[in-house]
Design a protein around this ligand. Structure first.
Ligand code: AMP
Ligand code: MG
Length: 408
């Protein structure tokens, strides 16, 4: 049996980033950029108004007051999308909308709320002064033409999607999403559409795993269910080389019909098959061809925890991410927690803010067959091997399942 750290090190060893591809701007969301993105234009492309109002010469309105308005002749109207045709001279103003280009001569905008229309719009009564430059957005104030706006290695979030659009990068170069084959094993499994007969259960792992793969930025390929025979298992596992990663569930413990390990050794090689943890000690890892293989345990929560600890970091590394792990932070236990001292436990818990820190409560039953407590959990409490009793008030570490990366 190896430790969780050793297992993690071994699954990540030799994992390389996948190749790159050009994708549409929206498809780039969540992906890692494989090259710098340079702007072809200044953003803003021209000096423009930040307000609806009047473009003026600040010095003309320096004395403007509510009870002593300065009256300016309105010489033009400039809505957004059009361009001013004349300059603003002394005593003049241009009616301007947000985003519209500033006319020559004007150096500030008075917001419409501080003005009054007179003479049917021919005159603007200015009720308050403005500083030169006020309410004007400068050409290139956000981005300069030729500037690197997004760097290789950065993760594309919604704002980066907007930046890609504004600098005209229609097909950003990003790392590929890992293609992950998912195989469930077990004679007891029936499909979701069926009501399980005697001794049968619905195959939930194919679904939870596909969801975890999607949430981790991978592309799930559900290959189906292998029956508990070497032939049936081999037929599906032999497809591993078509994918970047293969993940199976079940059939890796000590039962009479647990055939996955034997098939793995015949088709490829096994690296390890047991990790000192609970839930889910029989975490199997190896390769089939050059495809990393994960034989996760069959119990629904063991599968999910194994995916979190070992598969997710591998998928993120393949997809080009620098941060591979969920954030961890200390939490204070709200109640006593007991465990056996043999292994490291990952307990499903609900973590909430409490003053400056965090407090944790178990989110329900901790049997590895139970999925409801996993659903209610937003964290896994990490209880180290060698210890067995954690009193209320003790501080332990947790892994945040509701956060992608970084610190909370
Ligand atoms: P195994 O390691 O194959 O003996 O599986 C351990 C437990 O997980 C058994 O109770 C199985 O019925 C259950 N199990 C295995 N595969 C699945 C699956 N795909 N969906 C839900 N439960 C499963
Ligand atoms: Mg089984």
């Amino acid at each position: 049996m190896i430790t969780v750290e050793e297992a993690r090190e071994r699954v990540l060893a030799g994992i390389e980033r996948l190749g790159t591809e050009r994708v549409g701007i929206i498809e780039a969301l969540g992906r890692v950029l494989a090259e710098d993105v340079v702007s072809d234009i200044d953003v803003a492309p021209f000096d423009n108004s930040a307000m609806d109002g009047y473009a003026v010469r600040a010095e003309d309105v320096a004395a403007a007051r509510e009870d002593a308005p300065v009256r300016l002749a309105v010489v033009e109207h400039v809505p957004a999308g059009s361009f001013p045709t004349r300059a603003v001279g002394r005593g003049e103003a241009v009616r301007i909308m947000t985003g519209a280009p500033m006319p020559e001569g004007a150096d500030a905008v008075v917001m419409v709320e501080r003005t009054r229309e007179e003479d049917g719009g021919a005159t603007a009564a200015i009720l308050a002064p403005v500083r030169a430059g006020e309410n004007v957005r400068r050409k290139g104030e956000d981005v300069r033409a030729g500037e690197v706006v997004l760097s290789a290695g950065e993760v594309v979030g919604p704002a980066a999607v907007g930046l890609l659009a504004s600098v005209g990068c229609e097909r950003p170069l990003v790392y590929r999403r890992p293609r992950v084959a998912i195989v469930a094993t077990g004679d007891e499994l029936v499909d979701v559409s069926e009501k399980p007969g005697p001794g049968k259960i619905r195959n939930s792992n194919s679904y939870s795993l596909a969801a975890q793969v999607l949430a981790a930025g991978g592309e799930p390929h559900v290959l189906g269910v292998a029956r508990d025979t070497a032939a049936s298992t081999e037929a599906l596992l032999s497809r591993a080389p078509e994918f970047d990663v293969m993940v199976t569930t079940g059939g890796v413990s000590m039962g009479d019909y647990d055939v996955v390990k034997g098939v793995l050794e015949r088709l490829g090689e096994m690296d390890f098959w047991k990790v000192a943890m609970r839930p889910g000690a029989p975490q199997t890892h190896g390769r089939i061809g050059s495809t990393p293989f994960f034989g996760l345990p069959g119990n629904p929560t063991s599968t999910m925890v194994g995916f979190e600890l070992f598969v997710r970091p591998v998928l993120r590394k393949m997809a080009g991410h620098a941060a591979l792990d969920r954030p961890r932070h200390p939490v204070t236990l709200a109640h006593d927690v007991k465990k056996k001292p043999d292994r490291r436990y990952f307990l499903r818990a609900r973590v909430e803010r409490d003053g400056d820190g965090y407090v944790a409560r178990l989110s329900g039953g901790q049997s590895s067959a139970m999925l409801t407590s996993m659903h209610r959990a937003n964290a896994l409490l990490v209880l180290p091997e060698g210890e067995s009793h954690f009193a209320a008030g003790s501080v332990v570490e947790c892994i945040r399942l509701d956060m992608e990366e970084g610190t909370p």
